[in-house]
Design a protein around this ligand. Sequence first.
Ligand code: GLU
Length: 512
Amino acid sequence: MNLVPMSNRLRFAPSPTGELHVGNARTAIFNWLFVRKFGGSFIIRIEDTDIDRSQKRFENQIFNDLKWLGLDWQEGPDIDGQLGPYRQSDRTENYKVQSQKLLDKGLAYNCFCTEKELFIQAEEAKRSGLAWKYPGTCRTLSREIIRDKIAKGCPSVVRLKVRSGRVQFQDMVHGEMDFSSEVIGDPILIRSTGLPTYNFAVVVDDFSMKITHVVRGDDHLSNTPRQVLIYEAFGWKLPIFAHLSTILGEDRTRLSKRHGSTSIQHFREKGVLPEALLNYLTLLGWAPREDQGEILEKNQLIEYFDLEQVSRSSAVFDFDKLYFFNRHYMKTVKFSKVIDLALSFFSQEGFMKEMDSKLKTWFELVVQAFLPGIDHLSQITNKTKSLWFFDGKASVNTERVCQILTNSGAVEVIFELNVQISDPKRDLIKDWSVILEKIKSVSGQKGKNLFHPIRVALTGIDSGPELEKVVSILELGSSLNLPRPIKNCRTRVSEFIEAMTLVGITPPSSDL
Ligand code: GLU
């Protein structure tokens, strides 16, 4: 007796017919976590039998997205193993060989019913309010008739002879599953084109590739009884099944395009960090113990993850929670990673170019200052627009700024700011706290009434990082050779005052 336990072999089997979405990515992650925790091999198998819809670019994108998420695998189209090939389109010979075995044993048969005939039957059943299943018309055709039809070139499919009785299997998530075979029409194994159906190919491949655990979305739960019947017909041992719950949108309907884009590529382009997405997706349908917390890094996810604790109820995809995780990881991952990503967004906008060390120090200051105000890094360019585009006139005319200017003492604050920074030799960065104190004592304003007017005069808007940081960024930035130059504090304040004057707001002293 072989006492060595068979090593775990889990697979992720995407169809390259579209982008990788969060649902399938979660399936990949759960497979991967299981293998990383208990050992074994994680295998990628590309299910590309749908020739019309499968595309190489989607296949490449799936690989890139999985790698970006931090997953790795031991076998796949790009890493050869003993049990390849790893694309179904390269395995078609085996499907033919295996289906012939079932035909030879009398457990499968050629069916010559045309699609039109079957369609008419299904429509009739529908009209009478009955559920339709294939009635087994060709089950009992004699060998002679079959031979004759094949010789005449009549197209046929290969169907499994579904046995009577119950179909049962264990599911790690859903427990004991029990279906009546009465409702299952003899499924097609091989189409008239010679290509296998999903149910047949997946069973033949999972068996041939020695897959021990089939972990996939529960949209396949209803396919599993058919697959179990195919395993039984071959006399093959069933793998362990685990069907993961559906992911829903916030309105509790199946997550789809209506809820916004949920492809991995989309989140990448938004500048969501892979660490955040990996962490968040793992919590869709699985929860760590309360004392373990929810912010979990890769090694903790591997340590705590438990496939047996996966919930059978649907998980709701919560964008806000994902961004909460992302905000956390933007603060904790290596800063150079955040900088590189931020730079790619600034370069796209034409705000930044290649950096020397002086530019880099300034850029780090910008990112550091604006990071707390964003959910994901693609927002950073918009958040920092006030640095590059300052227009006093346009700003004075916005409702929000007008409102601030009518607040008590706002105009005094701005004019005093102008007085305090008027000496061109004064170092505004070094002296900022002194300047602020002076404006405070002269105007008698504090808190919001002090800071808001200063902020709008410097940036044109009423929100942003602490003023001290803004002043440093503007003063240092204005001395750099940037693709889009930045105006310094003095220029901004005098432009702002000029705009105020144009709309009739004058220095308080002139009223005296
Ligand atoms: N190609 C199938 C899908 O993408 C795989 C299903 C399975 O894992 O069996 O849904």
